[in-house]
Write a protein that binds this ligand. Structure first.
Ligand SMILES: Cc1ncc(COP(=O)(O)O)c(C=O)c1O
Length: 408
């Protein structure tokens, strides 16, 4: 090829020279970014077999990509799955996991009433018009879950391991067995807990989803999602994805793999920091209520005691500020100097969000009230900083925002 290219005109060489080189026998120590959209072989017969999936190999980026394959193998290992699919966002992962779960099942979802706001919207404004009904149920009320499953005979049950933003923790084992008995699939969003705390497939879930954007990538520079499947759903997930194309781009895949290398270290530190911050917030007169899974009065304390490893309670805290409405909460948040006022979570930096404005903005105020999201609620995603600096920042914002303090 090289010799032939050398003799060609400059326009042709500009297109072909240097490309399609056989890799050296060396093995890169980390997975490179493969941007090629298609792949060739010495012989057409090989490509034919790869297309037909009779032989491993790459043919077209929507079907498979070596960078994504590295990330998918990593995620499969972390979540004790049979296979994984890297998706373009967490929402794409949820949408595609539901599509896979429901394809051969009854088009009805029993979903936790406390879910990320966009997930509620997805069910109501995408799936419902397409003929998939949803029953929302208090997922921590096992009798209500059992009754909904018996009555509605869903094809799928959907929940979050730790709910957003009130941090409720459903009984995964019991719900998995109710779901299985009904012949339905259990889809679990494990974004908040992460596999260091809970691996839902080990508890009987069928499909686990992640927003990779959060703890796993962890640095605020990736939008991505993933589905980790059990053996039963592996083939269907992969074949549907070849047609529907929910894939993650290779750059994001690379960044996520890089991020995951330090995720256990980051996450343990974030959990320790969150424990310290939650204890401090509990002692503050400006605070009405702190939601944190380590609280012994947490309504799901007995599930937490068996589901979570000792000492890890996650790194999310929700807080109700005393005598505060939207203007007071905004004033408090405007005073933060270090804590980032942003709409994400799981990053190395501590972030604070106002759920009524962002994560739960587009669900109705009535539904917000029903799931306990008041106008005085803020959600904190705790980072890896020195926690005393974070505490000092929140303290100065609380004190200066208190009604007795002088406002500038
Ligand atoms: C629990 C949970 N699941 C899914 C998502 C959606 O993820 P993404 O923004 O990557 O689409 C989010 C986003 O905040 C989330 O908090």
């Amino acid at each position: 090829m090289e010799k032939e290219v050398k003799d060609l005109r400059i326009e042709t060489r500009a297109v072909h020279a240097g490309d399609r080189k056989k890799p050296n026998p060396s093995i890169p120590v980390t997975t490179p970014i493969y941007t090629a959209s298609s792949y060739i072989y010495e012989r057409m017969e090989t490509l034919d077999r790869v297309f037909g999936r009779e032989e491993p190999g790459d043919s077209y980026a929507r079907y498979d990509n070596p960078t994504n394959r590295g990330l998918e193998e990593l995620l499969t290992s972390l979540e004790s799955g049979a296979s994984s699919l890297a998706c373009s966002s967490g929402m794409m992962a949820i949408q595609f996991a539901l599509t896979t779960a429901l394809l051969d099942r009854r088009k009805h979802v029993v979903a936790a009433s406390a879910l990320y706001g966009a997930t509620v919207r997805l069910l109501e404004s995408v799936f419902e018009p397409l003929g998939v009904e949803t029953t929302f149920v208090d997922i921590c009320d096992l009798a209500a879950v059992e009754a909904a499953i018996e009555r509605d005979k869903p094809g799928c049950v959907l929940l979050e391991t730790i709910s957003n933003p009130l941090l409720r923790v459903p009984d995964l084992d019991r719900i998995a067995s109710l779901t299985k008995k009904a012949g339905a699939a259990l889809v679990v969003d494990n974004t908040f807990a992460t596999p260091l705390m809970v691996r839902p497939l080990e508890h009987g879930a069928n499909l686990v989803v992640h927003s990779l954007t959060k703890y796993l990538a962890g640095h605020g520079d990736v939008l991505g999602g993933a589905i980790i499947a059990d053996a039963e759903h592996t083939e269907l997930l992969r074949s549907l994805s070849r047609t529907a194309g929910p894939s993650l781009g290779p750059f994001e895949s690379y960044l996520t793999m890089r991020g995951i290398k330090t995720y256990p270290l980051r996450f343990e530190r974030q959990c320790q920091n969150a424990f310290r911050l939650a204890s401090w917030l509990t002692s503050r007169p400006e605070v009405d209520r702190v939601y944190f899974p380590a609280d012994p009065r947490h309504p799901d304390a007995s599930v937490i005691g068996t589901l979570f490893p000792r000492g890890l309670y996650g790194a999310m805290i929700s807080v109700e500020l005393k005598d505060a409405g939207r203007p007071e909460v905004f004033a408090f948040m405007d005073r933060l100097r270090l804590v980032v006022r942003g709409t994400s979570l799981g990053d190395v930096h501590t972030m604070m969000l106002y759920p009524a404005m962002s994560s739960h903005r587009d669900i109705s105020p009535a539904q917000r009230r029903r799931v306990g999201i008041g106008d005085n609620l803020v959600r904190i995603s705790v980072g890896i900083e020195a926690i005393n600096d974070v505490i000092a920042d929140i303290e100065q914002a609380l004190v200066t925002a208190a009604p007795t303090a002088t406002q500038p």
